[in-house]
Write a protein that binds this ligand. Structure first.
Ligand code: FMN
Length: 326
């Protein structure tokens, strides 16, 4: 296909619409998109929504944009488009994280449709999970989805979960001690979020859930009810890979999205745990945990949510017009 078609533009816009639902660090939605020459979608990092204190290296910003990229790819696949993806295509433009160029019509993909359907049901659930053991087949499906995105998921043994918990506690102490960090959290978390970014109080637990690995500091308690459950049945893992570069972080974000949507399709919930990669000593501890397997990108908790407890309310999103440049 060489010509510009109106339908290509419509498909690219629909892909951006789908990508709005992607998870992002503190719901910063640090992306902006451009549709150019009628068939190419450009994904840029939006530095105006970068966490300058918590994420000066852009690791989590890039992972978040990777999750959005995966959502956009999925939407195009579901709609039956074939396309080329180029990641970090121009060293002179580090904010240009990816381009997606539609090349031809293909067949709609049923597996992709099942995954995309889960995207609208996916919410970060910070409550404890139930005592039901994670089924091996479900875990295998998540690992496979992550691996297909050039990233790996290492599942921690019980002893290693204790080490992850120690790393998390250390990272949290370091971050909370820093006034600039507390101020940044205060800008992005809590309240009603009239500006369509950030984490509303309704998604923040009322009290600390009983978990083997403590949740991160989010400022004052939120309004999300938390029951007495303990996450003893949770599986903890580390997304990791061979390099510690922006390209690897972008791929890790795509892998996070693929693994998370697969988890939802399997009836599981997945919770990212990122403080442990934000603070250097904790990141080094995770690296040692991986004992030569690679660089850690993010820790995750996987488990079955309580089917009888209502899921947390959806977090807000910027409109497509706010994130698409003409
Ligand atoms: C790279 C990345 C890191 C995240 N780290 C954490 C975390 O450490 N703790 C947490 O509770 N949520 C974490 N989240 C989840 C975001 O807070 C969540 O995606 C965002 O608030 C949007 O809400 P939603 O996922 O319910 O749509 C992370 C998400 C991403 C993409």
């Amino acid at each position: 296909m060489t010509q510009t078609h109106e339908s290509d533009v419509t498909a690219l816009r629909a892909a951006v619409e789908a990508a709005r639902a992607a998870p992002s660090i503190h719901n910063t939605q640090p992306w902006r998109w451009q549709i150019s020459d009628g068939r190419t979608l450009y994904l840029y990092a939006d530095r105006s929504r970068q966490l300058e204190v918590e994420d000066p290296d852009s690791r989590l910003l890039t992972e978040s944009c990777g999750a959005a990229l995966h959502h956009a790819r999925l939407a195009l696949t579901v709609a039956g488009w074939q396309f080329d993806v180029r990641r970090l295509p121009d060293p002179a433009q580090p904010d240009l994280l990816a381009t997606i160029t539609v090349t031809a019509r293909g067949e709609p993909d049923e597996h992709a449709r099942v995954l995309l359907d889960t995207a609208s049901r996916r919410h970060t659930d910070r409550r404890p999970i139930t005592n039901r053991q994670v089924e091996q087949a479900a875990l295998d499906a998540i690992v496979a989805a992550v691996t297909a995105e050039d990233t790996r998921l290492y599942i921690l043994s019980g002893d290693q979960v204790v080490e992850l918990a120690a790393a998390m506690a250390g990272a949290d102490r370091t971050e909370v001690a820093e006034e600039a960090h507390r101020a940044e959290i205060g800008r992005w978390v809590g309240g009603e979020r009239r500006d369509a970014t950030g984490i509303p109080a309704s998604a923040v637990p009322q009290q600390a859930p009983q978990t083997r690995v403590a949740g991160r500091y989010f400022g004052p308690p939120g309004t999300l009810p938390v029951d007495e459950g303990h996450d003893v049945a949770a599986v903890y893992g580390i997304l990791h890979g061979d390099t510690d570069t922006p390209l690897a972080w972008l791929r890790a974000g795509e892998a996070l999205s693929a693994g998370w949507l697969t988890a939802i399709a399997q009836g599981l919930s997945l919770l990212p745990i990122s403080a442990v990669v934000e603070v250097l000593p904790a990141r080094m501890a995770l690296r040692r945990l991986l004992s030569g397997l690679g660089y850690p990108y993010l820790a995750v908790r996987i488990g079955y949510p309580d089917p009888n407890a209502p899921a947390p309310a959806a977090t807000p999103r910027l409109t497509a017009d706010e994130i698409i440049e003409s």
